[in-house]
Design a protein around this ligand. Structure first.
Ligand code: FMN
Length: 168
């Protein structure tokens, strides 16, 4: 079974466990790489054509606008096809209790019929928000497995929880 791990992760300023921090490697990227190591799958970190701002307030402002106006930001490194993959891991930070709109852009590009989709997210509050429900609507015809939600600051030490989830 061929796996694709596709994710979006933001570097720059973030609020982590209530404190403002500069993030050089995104939390979701850390988890995505752990999944890649376990599965041996292909790894794609989605890049927006227009980078998200470095600063927390500016990033929030753009994220909120995209969310409220249902914008689909263009992706710079969109794969031509996902036909070769049976299992698609889709990862992102929770933004406004959902997935960042760049993930919505990605999901719009392909048919997911017959594929297994495994969503994972990192977040601050430890929940999925309503992203699972939204995701199910966006990948019609796919078998959507139970998602994995990890607090961003737990990403580094999530090996066991990630391995158990991948094996499910
Ligand atoms: C624009 C924005 C919106 C966010 N909204 C939420 C949210 O609704 N719920 C939550 O738990 N965390 C929220 N967060 C926190 C991120 O989900 C969390 O820090 C995540 O682990 C960051 O992952 P990354 O480093 O891969 O980008 C938000 C962060 C940003 C920048």
């Amino acid at each position: 079974m061929a796996s694709l791990i596709v994710y979006f992760s933001h570097t720059g300023e973030n609020i982590v466990d209530g404190n403002r921090e500069i993030i050089h490697k995104g939390f979701t990227e850390i988890v995505a790489e752990k999944i890649q190591k376990i599965t041996g799958g292909a790894l794609i970190g989605l890049k927006p054509v227009e980078e998200y701002p470095y600063g927390y307030e500016e990033c929030n402002k753009r994220a909120r606008k995209e969310y409220e106006e249902n914008i689909l930001p263009a992706i710079a490194n969109l794969p031509a096809s996902i036909d070769a993959y049976d299992i698609i891991y889709i990862g992102f930070p929770l933004w406004y209790r959902s997935y960042p709109r760049i993930i919505a852009s990605f999901l719009k590009q392909y048919s997911f019929v017959g594929k297994v989709v495994k969503p994972f997210c990192t977040n601050e509050e430890g929940s999925f928000g309503f992203m699972e429900l939204e995701l199910r609507g966006a990948v019609k015809g796919a078998i959507v497995k139970e998602g994995l939600a990890i607090r961003g600051y737990d990403a580094e030490k999530s090996d066991e929880v990630v391995a158990n989830w991948v094996a499910k």
